[in-house]
Design a protein around this ligand. Sequence first.
Ligand SMILES: [Zn+2]
Length: 490
Amino acid sequence: MNLEALVASGEQLNQALGREWYLTGAGLKADPAFTEIYDRHAVLQEADAFACATASGIAALREWIVDLRVGRRVAPFEERQLEWEQRASLSVLGREIPYLRAGIDLQNSPDRAFRIALDRERGAVGAAALNGLRRDRLAAEREVVSALAGDAEFVRAVARLSGMDLDTLAGQAAALLEDTADLYADALGRLTRRRVGVPAGELVRADSAWAFRADGHDAAFPPDRMLDTAVHQMRDMGLDALAGGRITVDADERPGKQPRAFCIPVRVPFEVYLVLRPSGGHGDYRTFWHELGHAMHFAAVDPTRPFHERWLGDNSVTEGFAMLWDHLTLDAGWLGRYTQMRQERQGGIADLRFELAVSELHMLRRYAAKLAYEMSLHRSDYGPAMADEYAERLSAATGFRYAGEDYLRDVDPGFYAARYLRAWQLEAALASGLVERFDEDWYRNPRAGAFVHALMEPGQASPADTVARQVGRPGLSFTTAVARLTPLLA
Ligand SMILES: [Zn+2]
């Protein structure tokens, strides 16, 4: 097999997979056919394809072929999980709730007894149906990756293939947990006393989404203004939020739709979908700006760039651009200019920003703990003994008591948690670089728009640490992100 044939076949496969993810994730198609799609491109699963990618010297191509092998191997598990999730429902205090709606209801229910019952049912029913499947899925991934990387130690194999320095990142994440422990405990206590009404020691995971729901400000974030607001703000930067029609937004309510918003490219840069399921308030705006960041990044890629730069590479980069946009929704000036927050009473923006900052540090700490846990999980046999470590680490980091049951479902395959953590670091680098060059209100400056567009055009040709250096930062760290949050939590 030559490189040209490999890439041609690969692009067709990525397009077909993208379309299938879009249709099934959006609830437009109930019978996922990932296995069938992989099998139409079975040639990419052969040793010859891996040898060709390796010989090309392009690390992203080699990593991608490994991902395809993993993807094909785990497709039957993913399909069974998707099918089950779309059908499953929960019985909670006399109500029937679709499994995929549980997260939305947890976020929107002020009734604590209901939340706790719902979360317990979600955890128990999900664990009974899916934990066996997830265990087999994770074990299959580890087997494929270790074999192809020629390293039985999975964590090291992933680090070698992806070029991510997982040990250094884990060290930074551990330091983050330690350095922000008091700051977080104090701020979380102040927020939850008010919103949840129980002492900090009694908080459980069922409280977390509600604690950060910030529903007191919903009126300032009407769902029907979201898209227009984004179009307006991007236009101020000289950017087109829908990239001349390359980006399609799907925000309709539909029964089989995944609760988690996603962006999926089908043809890069020409056909990109942004799917979300609005559930109310600031969170919708933040999610929308995040997914829009992905969509604009894919749609901005120079179409003459090679396949591996348009489609592949370090996903910390696309996540970093997604976070660059979603973090605007935490910015005081942006909130005052682009949302109805300007009409709120004095101090409204400061109140909201406090809640969002606690939520932000919660997420950062949750992912820091997830990375440590997942590194440990992948060195285990994925057995139930890991449930305790999961509950312990996540409870300690977040301040909400976790049950162990989610120990296999709350895992991002392929160490995606590491990509998110690196993206947080990249976002802080990008934002501070933009402020330095174009001032605090760079988000309405056409010169900043041109600068960001130029950064997005290469796609993921360079890894996140190189992109950080392109905006004049020495590399990736949590220092800037934490320094920005600290005054908001005081
Ligand atoms: Zn993302």
